[in-house]
Structures are given as C-alpha cells and as structure tokens.
Ligand binder design. Structure first.
Ligand code: TYM
Length: 331
C-alpha cells in the first residue's frame, strides 16, 4: 500500500529578543506538539530582524540564543527540521523573484508595516515594506501545507496565499497554497499592563511581558502587578480584558476549559487567582529555563545542529527555487 505523506508544517520566529509568553503560547508550544503528527520545519527568522535597527553583535547572540531556545522548548532535531534563515540562501533569492509578483498596494495595507513604520518613523526602510514577501518565500520554498502562528500573522499568511495563487496562475503550478493554522485559544496573548494590546518583546515596559527565561520570583511578581479591573469575580466576560487574558493563559497551560477555571476560582479574589496563574506559568517555564542553560552552553552542539539544519533546508528548498527560476525564464 502506498504510504500517505504526512502534511508539512513550517513556521518561524524572529530573534529580536528573548521569546515572550505570547510567542510560547501562540506559537512555539504548539510547534512542539505538532511535531508528533506532521513533518515540521521551524526556523529563526534572522533576515527579518534586519528590518529594524539592531546592533550586529546583539543580533548574532540573539540568533544563537533563539536557536537554543527552540531546542529548550522541546523542538527535537531528530523529529523536526530546525535551521537559521540566513544560513540558507534560497530564501533571499526566491524573495526577489516573488517581489515581482507582489503588489505595492497590497504591501501598503499590511497593518504590521503600518504599525512598525509609525513606531520607527526614522527608519521606514524598503526591507520593512517588503518583509511579507520574504515571509512568503520562507513558506512557499518548503511547499508547506500549514503554517502555525499567532493571530498577528494572519494578514501575512493571506498575503502569502494570494501571492502563491497569482504566481501559479501566471507561470503554471509552482507552489502549494498554504493554510494558516491559528490555535483557537492563546493566539493573542495580551500585555499584562495594557491588556487591550498584544504582549510584545519590544514593549518598553518589562512588566508588560513575561520572557520565557524570567525566573519564578519575577514571573509571580509580574502577574501580581497585572492590570485587571475593579470587580471581584474571576469570570470571562466582555470588557474584562485583563482577567480574560489571565484566564486564557491559565486555561491553555493547564488544559482546563474556561468554565472549569471560573469554577475553580469561584469565591476567590483576584489576588489568589493572579498568584495561581503566576505559579502555573513559572512551573511550565522552569524546565525550559534549565534546558536553555545547558544547551546554550554547548556551542559545539549548537553549531552542529544549525549546520545540519542548513544542509537539509537547502536540499529541500533549492528544488522549489530551481522550479520557480525555470518558470519565470531564468537560465
Ligand atoms: P514573531 O517573531 O513576531 O513571533 C513569533 C510567533 O509568535 C506569535 N506571537 C504571539 N502569539 C500570541 N500572542 C502574542 N502576544 C504573540 N506575539 C507573537 C506570532 O504570531 C508568531 O507565530 N513574521 C514572523 C516570523 C516569520 C514567519 C515566517 C512565521 C518569518 N517568516 C514564515 C511563519 C512563517 C514574526 O515576526 O513572528
């Protein structure tokens, strides 16, 4: 009997800073779970980080730390392909080819571009503008079936689908059109200080996010200070953004449903609830912190893994690149 090919999953994360609890719950935690049932490829999107001004030494260190963090979070190099984007030169090459099918108007509508351009008004560079084209190249090179990300990447995934469809209809079938895979819960973890805003590692207020390397005392303290509301009940309801966010975090990590969480904290105050969420998050992140310490100290192992990843990633992606080059008429 013919063996059915496992569906292919691909996703990436920028090394702009240490991963937050948002990155973990919205993406990396799910990536670890998906590797049991799918053929997975995960990478550190260091080329994407060049779109904001980042010190070279910092980028280098954070790229290696982020690679070590993926391993520490349970992404297993014996099950999944793990690599660093800039070590595989097919990404930048396909990005150029695709940019000629990407429309200025579509790129101008990207909300992440508009947000980042407003935040970095002194550095609205061409890379920031064409960022979604590089992201499309990342995905299409591997003929990915599904792309697991948080909700903030949905617009970029729609753009990728449109671009692949437009290219295929102009030049003939070249790319698989990928499906977004956005988890039903935790796809948008909010800031602990301004719970109407997404939790982000670039936030200036360190109390607004949990870094996955924060230690137990820091985590509990940040949850204690989390902004909530003036009511008393731990219930998930419109208008209770802070509490809704904490309930979601607790529910995703414990695997309990929202009604179960509400029941558990019936009659208890916000203080007890915040402490429980903080403790649960600290317990979940503890082994990751310990793994990270061990793995990031072993430079030879890291180098061996990212070099192996680069070779495999190149051998898969160069086939798609060759096909795309042929289709558009390049020698
Ligand atoms: P990045 O590095 O901003 O984020 C990595 C992943 O974390 C998710 N995420 C969140 N999920 C829930 N709540 C939050 N507060 C939160 N913050 C971040 C993101 O949705 C993402 O899944 N452009 C991408 C990197 C990328 C990529 C790709 C992803 C480059 N090429 C190809 C998929 C496929 C980015 O900047 O993610």
């Amino acid at each position: 009997m013919e063996e059915v090919r496992k569906k292919r999953i691909l996703s990436g994360i920028q090394p702009t800073g240490i991963f937050t609890l948002g990155n973990y719950i919205g993406a990396v935690r799910n990536w670890g779970q998906l590797q049991e049932d799918y053929e997975c490829a995960y990478f550190i999107a260091d080329l994407h980080s060049l779109t904001v001004a980042i010190e070279p030494a910092k980028l280098r260190k954070q790229t290696l730390d982020s690679f070590a963090l993926l391993l520490a979070c349970g992404i297993d190099p014996n099950k999944s392909l793990i690599f660093i984007q800039s070590t595989v030169n097919t990404h930048a090459q396909l990005s150029w080819i695709l940019s000629n099918s990407a429309m200025f108007g579509d790129l101008s509508r990207m909300t992440q571009f508009k947000d980042k351009a407003a935040r970095h008004a002194d550095n609205v560079n061409a890379g920031l503008f064409t960022y979604p084209v590089l992201m499309a190249a990342d995905i299409l090179l591997y003929q990915a079936d599904m792309v697991p990300t948080g909700a903030d990447q949905k617009q970029h995934l729609e753009f990728t689908r449109d671009l692949a469809t437009r290219f295929n209809s102009r030049f003939g079938q070249t790319f698989k059109v990928p499906e977004p895979y956005i988890a039903p819960a935790g796809a948008k973890v909010m800031s602990l200080q301004e719970p109407t805003k997404k939790m982000s590692k670039s936030d200036e207020n360190v109390n607004s996010f949990i870094s996955i390397l924060d230690d137990e005392a820091v985590i509990i303290n940040k949850f204690k200070r989390a902004v909530t509301d003036s009511e008393k009940e731990v219930v998930f309801r419109e208008g209770k953004d802070g509490i809704n966010n904490l309930i979601t975090i607790y529910s995703v990590i414990t695997g309990k449903t929202i009604p179960e969480v509400e029941k558990e904290f019936e009659g208890k105050g916000y203080g007890d609830f915040k402490l429980a969420v903080g403790q649960t998050v600290a317990d979940e992140l503890k082994p990751i912190r310990e793994n990270f310490k061990r793995i990031s100290a072993d430079k030879a192992y890291l180098e061996e893994q990212y070099k192996k990843g680069a070779e495999i990633a190149y051998s898969i992606s160069s086939r798609t690149l060759a096909k795309a080059k042929r289709k558009v008429g390049l020698i």
